[in-house]
Design a protein around this ligand. Structure first.
Ligand code: GDP
Ligand code: IMO
Ligand code: MG
Length: 445
């Protein structure tokens, strides 16, 4: 058995949903460990299309166990909406979706505060998804949060009052509408608690049991390493730890039980929301990538900012996560270019930087230094072997591997399962417990 973390190595939307779905046949369970419905994970196969926000992508595989871990922030109404959509699409969830009773609840005032702050922030705004993610994590860390298990508790009204006392003055100062009485919010929470009850459990115990039984677990990261609250482009980040260490704290599975980290990277760079983006392409090349890559947010529909592949940022993320293997996605989006620049350093105040800087001002000033690689000007979608790729595409992949210090074990050339190259790789073989044949069979189905 093997337990593997899938983590985004850029600013999110790297294609984590696609890769998790693809590898599912080699694992017994899929676990989300952080974030909430700020995530948008797209899964496509045949003529089916799903956009999952909260529920692990493993849910689309009949019989697969799915866990929403203690590190998540969960808006019950958003969860019910997603469950309704899945049930309407014929996906069964009963008995195999397990939600941590320690996960924090996103409450209506968290969303109100997120929106009011962003509305008042002007140019400096983070560009959040407006889902209440930040305020919910704030309350957790301040020890005033409400765990899902407490939504039906007799102490709930007191807990809500404690939060409201802190948030109402800020909301009023920002000109937001008053939120109403804690008793009214408590009634709503009690109704949620009733519908949540069948899903809630001590997911730590469940996971420990599975580990002891030799089952294999796949961890599905949300967001990306550069949005990590500790290691990302703070304060333009999300409020959790998407990096691989978060898989342990956000699930209760010890770090010693994790066998490997698969980093997901796009063949170029995107970012949605505010914050520094060295080398952001503001002209026609950025527009081209956005159109061809369909770079519009899964959750908010916002256009994603685009740039060439940034090897400085990805090398940093590879090291942060200990990502030995990579899945390189959206290679097909680069099919039409004569030449493809790759950022290999930043020039800043006359200095050449080759390590990702921690200082926001340095990042804002950073001028990318590019190395230019030849394009291939041929369609790559549909290639199932590395050997079928144009020579220049293979050279592009090999150059990225050297620049970032990790090996590409999955190449994605389209959104569907069938559009994936899985070259023979002993490490991936080990991580998939010898079940790679099942992954390939699903790809080719
Ligand atoms: P996630 O948040 O990391 O799961 O990524 P998203 O689902 O938000 O965004 C990735 C987008 O790219 C989705 O629309 C996918 O269907 C799509 N996608 C994934 N892999 C590929 C690929 O190799 N080529 C193309 N053209 N699209 C892809
Ligand atoms: P997936 O899982 C891309 C960004 C927001 C904003 C910042 C903070 O689909 O890759 P938040 O609402 O989390 O407080 O917003 O983080 N962001 C994402 N960007 N993909 C995501 O998720 C994101 N989740 C949050 O745009 O800049
Ligand atoms: Mg996404």
């Amino acid at each position: 058995m093997s337990n593997v973390v899938i983590v985004g190595l850029q600013w999110g939307d790297e294609g984590k949903g696609k890769v998790v779905d693809l590898l599912c046949p080699a694992f017994d369970a899929v676990v989300r460990y952080q974030g909430g419905h700020n995530a948008g994970h797209t899964v496509k196969f045949g003529d089916r299309h799903f956009a999952l926000r909260l529920i692990p992508s493993g849910i689309l595989h009949p019989g697969q166990e799915c866990v929403m871990g203690n590190g998540m922030v969960i808006a019950p109404n958003a969860l019910f909406e997603e469950l309704d959509e899945l049930h309407a699409a014929g996906v069964e969830t009963a008995g195999r979706l397990h939600v941590s009773n320690r996960a924090q609840a996103i409450l209506p005032m968290h969303k109100a505060l997120d929106l009011a702050r962003e509305g008042a922030a002007g140019k400096e705004k983070v560009g959040t998804t407006g889902r209440g993610i930040g305020p919910a994590y704030e309350m957790k860390i301040a020890r005033f949060g409400v765990r899902l298990a407490e939504l039906g508790s007799p102490r709930l009204e007191d807990r809500l009052r404690t939060q409201l006392v802190r948030m109402e003055p800020e909301l009023a100062a920002l000109g937001a509408e008053p939120l109403g009485e804690p008793a009214r919010i408590a009634d709503q929470c009690r109704a949620w608690a009733e519908r949540l009850a069948p899903y809630l459990t001590d997911t730590e115990h469940l996971l420990h049991g599975w580990l002891e039984a030799g089952r294999s677990i796949l961890f599905e990261g949300a967001q990306g390493s550069l949005l990590d609250v500790d290691h990302g482009t703070y304060p333009y980040v999300t409020s959790s730890n998407p990096t691989a260490g978060g898989a342990s704290t956000g699930s209760g599975v010890p770090p010693t039980a994790i066998d490997g980290v698969l980093g997901i990277v796009k063949a170029y760079t995107t970012r949605v929301g505010g914050g520094p983006f060295p080398g952001e392409l503001l002209g026609s090349e950025g527009e081209f990538l956005r159109k061809r890559g369909n770079e519009f947010g899964t959750v908010t529909g916002r256009p994603r900012r685009c740039g060439w592949f940034d090897a400085v940022a990805v090398r940093y993320a590879v090291r942060l996560n200990g990502a030995e293997l990579l899945a390189l996605t959206k290679l097909d989006v680069l099919d039409g270019f004569d030449e493809i620049p790759v950022c290999v350093g930043y020039r800043c105040g006359g200095e050449l930087l080759t390590e990702f800087p921690s200082c926001l001002e340095t990042l804002e000033e950073a001028e990318p230094v590019y190395e230019t690689l030849p394009g291939w000007k041929r369609e790559t979608a549909g290639c199932l072997e590395l050997e079928q790729l144009p020579d220049a595409a293979r050279a592009y992949i090999e150059r990225l591997e050297r620049l970032v210090g990790a090996q590409v074990a999955v190449v994605s050339t389209g959104p569907r399962r069938s559009e994936t190259i899985l070259p023979p790789n002993p490490t991936l073989d080990r991580w998939t417990s010898g079940r790679l044949a099942e992954v390939l069979a699903q790809r080719d189905a």
